[in-house]
Write a protein that binds this ligand. Structure first.
Ligand SMILES: Cc1cc2nc3c(=O)[nH]c(=O)nc-3n(C[C@H](O)[C@H](O)[C@H](O)COP(=O)(O)OP(=O)(O)OC[C@H]3O[C@@H](n4cnc5c(N)ncnc54)[C@H](O)[C@@H]3O)c2cc1C
Length: 490
């Protein structure tokens, strides 16, 4: 079986890795990975400068989702895994130019502790009273998808949308709470609303169940005289940057089969053999299977000759664009920096920055001694126009805002600006329905699979799971080997 993988981000690389494992185990499979850019890894890109790790794209993955850590272990990177420094985890929200800490007991968007919620200056008394009455919400049948903003507003009011939902979601998705789908982004909360009515009561019930399960597990571990497992960190990264996963994968693959600077123009069905014809710069090659691991808007172009309707659905998945700016300082210049991992900026504050992470705090040990790294995140659904600004203008804007918010006037020793145009899929209202339509159409095209952040999870672990899953599907289908042919269209 010969497989084409289109796109060499983490999803495409994970698909190639899965096929390589099968090949080494003796399966009759070959692959070619085509990547439009001159490098592999897609938005994962890190480097180190004088002992300090610079992450231009993602900085870590959620520990709760196992695929990334599992892959790291398989790649021999277990000793390189670095947990987030959760003892110092504290996040601030910018409210009228003041940093206000997220109150204790806040579980993502849901307040679960009375006193910290009552005392926080993050919300007005009106919002706090509303949060109290939220406990009385009766169960509500699910009547269709709606925006995250609509769900949160119904429970906790508009201020909770402005000061909580919007900044948290733009910090994760570069997204807009008024556009993002509650069903796709907060499925657990939609479930809680149906079962409990009140999200707070639902969250508390979930916490009680988790605690009971943990206690049971600890008791079992004690019985088995095993050490009780240590609490998991919220985030995990790699000692020398996430690029280590990309390098680890590339090191396991057959480099002859990785084609850089090689965009795929289109794919067509080979009606004679039931296989696939892949157009690589005018040269058409035949494959038995195809994994399209590009962003959905690129997949729409590539698959247009195969299925117009599928292409139209893919084209409609919105994407946000963003900019990351890493600023390396002499640590002493930043004293006193607020404690914690950083801050989020609500859109209502009308700033360029969406978030700023204190990376030397979040992951100590990845920064040269005495240095501090602040990483600003800009753009997103509210402010995509920023990508057109020059590096100097963007750096100037961030330094101005850091001065206004944190009174930092020191000159950074290094500034690195990175743009990510149309990189982050937005699961907008109706995403679930669109996914089902896409799946139905793809299921009708044997040997074709989609992977990447547009479908069933935006994070690194999700993309690894989807890439490996696509390859596993191909491997489990009956192999229909046919000789590789190359035809020229020119
Ligand atoms: C700034 C930023 C910060 C993030 N932070 C985090 C984080 O901290 N934690 C986390 O878990 N996730 C984070 N994410 C999300 C996560 O990193 C991405 O969703 C994931 O890496 C996407 O992987 P992918 O393989 O689907 O796509 P990509 O990385 O976008 O790769 C797709 C590849 O396809 C190639 N391509 C496109 N068209 C063609 C074509 N026609 N032919 C051949 N190749 C083509 C592209 O060049 C690209 O290399 C972040 C994302 C961004 C942008």
């Amino acid at each position: 079986m010969r497989v084409a993988i289109i796109g060499g981000g983490i999803a495409g690389l994970a698909a190639a890795y899965e096929l390589e494992l099968a090949r080494r185990a003796g399966a009759p499979v070959e692959y070619d990975l085509f990547e439009a850019a001159p490098r592999l890894g897609g938005v994962i890109s890190s480097s180190h400068v004088d002992g300090t790790v610079i992450e231009r794209g993602p900085d870590s993955f959620l520990t709760e989702k196992p695929a990334a850590a599992q892959l790291c272990r398989e790649l021999g990177l277990e000793s390189q895994l670095v947990p987030s420094n959760d003892a110092e985890r504290k996040t601030f929200i910018l409210v009228r130019n003041r940093l206000v800490a997220l109150p204790d007991g806040l579980m993502f968007l849901v307040p679960t502790k009375l006193l910290p919620t009552a005392l926080t200056p993050l919300f007005s008394w009106l919002t706090k009273i509303r949060m109290g009455f939220e406990l009385l919400h009766p169960p509500r049948p699910h009547t269709g998808d709606e925006s995250v903003a609509a769900l949160v507003r119904r429970h906790y009011g508009q201020q909770s949308v402005d000061r909580l939902a919007d900044p948290l979601l733009s910090g994760i998705y570069g997204g807009d709470a008024a556009q993002l789908s509650a069903q796709a982004v907060l499925p657990r909360m939609v479930e809680m609303e149906t079962k409990y009515g009140s999200l707070t009561r639902g969250m508390l019930a979930g916490m009680r169940a988790r605690k009971a399960a943990e206690a049971r597990k600890a008791a079992e571990a004690e019985e088995n005289e095993r050490e009780a497992s240590a609490p998991r960190p919220l985030f995990t990264t790699l000692r020398f940057g996430l690029q280590q996963i990309v390098d680890g994968l590339v090191g396991r693959l057959d480099t002859q089969r990785l084609h850089l600077d090689t965009p795929v123009a289109g794919v067509e069905r080979d009606s004679e053999s039931g296989g696939w014809l892949v157009d690589v710069a005018g040269v058409v090659e035949r494959f038995d299977g195809v994994v399209v691991a590009t962003p959905a808007w690129a997949a729409a172009q590539v698959l247009e000759p195969v299925d117009r309707e599928l292409s139209g659905e893919l084209e409609q998945i919105p994407y946000s664009s963003s900019v990351t700016i890493n600023l390396v300082f002499d640590g002493a210049d930043l004293d006193p920096l607020p404690e914690g991992f950083g801050f989020l900026v609500p859109a209502v504050e009308k700033r360029a920055m969406l978030a700023c992470t204190f990376l030397h705090r979040k992951f100590p040990g990845r920064t040269a001694p005495g240095k501090s790294v602040l990483r600003a995140f800009l753009g997103g659904a509210h402010n995509a126009g920023l990508l057109a600004e020059s590096d100097e203008a963007l750096a100037g804007l961030v330094r101005k805002e850091l001065f206004e918010i944190l009174t930092i006037s020191a000159v950074p020793e290094l500034i690195e600006v990175q743009r990510w145009p149309r990189a982050m899929a937005q699961y907008s209202v109706g995403h679930g329905e669109r996914q089902r339509r896409i799946k139905d159409r793809v299921d009708a095209l044997p040997g074709l699979h989609l992977a990447g952040n547009a479908y069933d999870g935006i994070g690194i672990s999700d993309c690894i799971r989807l890439g490996r899953g696509a390859a596993q599907h191909l491997l489990s289908a009956t192999p229909q080997a046919a000789p590789a042919t190359i035809q020229s269209r020119r």
